[in-house]
Design a protein around this ligand. Structure first.
Ligand code: GUN
Length: 283
């Protein structure tokens, strides 16, 4: 079997084309804050700025030095919260080592109405309730859901197996798929007999950060495989899925790059539009 390629570039282009008139009308603005010079972050931010420009949305890249103190970063967040011209902003992760343990308080400092990454407790909590309250959902899980919708892949009644339990992908994605009536299993580094669980997945999502760890023998024949991995190996971007082997077993599979990545950027832009609409409506 040769699997259908789930192109995030194609899906994102279609969704962004629909958003373009709303963007022209609402004129939202995104600010991306980068601390230090992590090369992965620099390339993701470039992609975010490029997509904003393509869709006619204002964006700004604020670059802070690697040695910035927690107090200085929190002061920058306060300025962004108070700036009425800024619709939404994100603090690009990972942060330098001296700020790592402060990530929860840094995220907590972001005004929930401007939290277009959907990382804060308020937006995560709302998403927990039902699809109706997914106003600013976390960008990568929301992007995966939009990708499945774009390719008309049903979720209700399917067994979705997620490998990885991060706060920004695995955990929130489990809730978004549960809200859509999937039966969800979440696997992680302590899961025993991992392959016996992944092999049950009608939809298998890999979000671990280990290049090529999902091999063909771990995949159910005909499964839809979503690869969230973005691992840099010898200067090349590779996913968590052994694409060449798994594409013979799966019915559909995302490429890396060009799969989930463009969908994350697409959700970020969609969240900016949603944030602006809700700010104008004062809700
Ligand atoms: N680092 C990797 N992915 C993301 C993301 O979606 N948002 C932020 N802020 N940092 C990231």
């Amino acid at each position: 079997m040769s699997a259908l390629l789930l192109s995030g570039r194609e899906a994102a282009a279609a969704i962004l084309a629909d958003l373009k008139p709303k963007i022209a009308h609402l004129d939202p603005k995104l600010v991306v804050v980068q601390v230090g010079d992590d090369p992965g972050s620099s390339s993701y931010i470039l992609q975010k700025m490029k997509s904003c420009a393509e869709v006619g949305m204002r964006s700004e890249h604020r670059h802070l030095p690697k040695a910035v103190t927690l107090e200085e970063l929190l002061a920058e967040i306060d300025r962004l919260n108070a700036d009425a011209d800024v619709t939404g902003f994100i603090i690009q992760l990972p942060l330098p080592a001296h700020l790592q343990s402060h990530v929860p308080s840094i995220i907590r400092a972001i005004d929930p109405k401007k939290d277009v990454d959907g990382f804060g407790a308020y937006n995560l909590g709302k998403m927990f309730l039902s699809t109706e309250f997914e106003h600013l959902p976390p960008a990568t899980p929301a992007g995966i859901v939009m990708l499945l919708e774009h390719f008309e892949i049903p979720v209700a009644g399917k067994h979705a197996v997620i490998v990885g339990r991060s706060n920004i992908v695995g955990k929130p994605l489990s809730m978004m798929l549960l809200n859509r009536d999937a039966t969800v299993s979440v696997c992680h580094s302590k899961t025993k007999q991992l392959a016996s669980i992944t092999k049950q997945g009608d939809i298998l999502i890999a979000a671990v950060g280990k290049p090529g760890m999902i091999t063909a023998d771990m995949v159910k024949r005909g499964a839809v495989v979503i690869d969230v991995g973005t691992n840099r190996v010898g200067g090349k971007l590779v996913g968590d899925v052994d694409f060449d082997g798994v594409q013979d077993v799966a019915s559909a599979i995302t490429p890396v790059p060009g799969g989930v990545g463009p969908m994350t950027v697409c959700s970020l832009i969609k969240n900016c539009v949603q944030a602006k609409q809700r700010q104008l409506a004062k809700i």
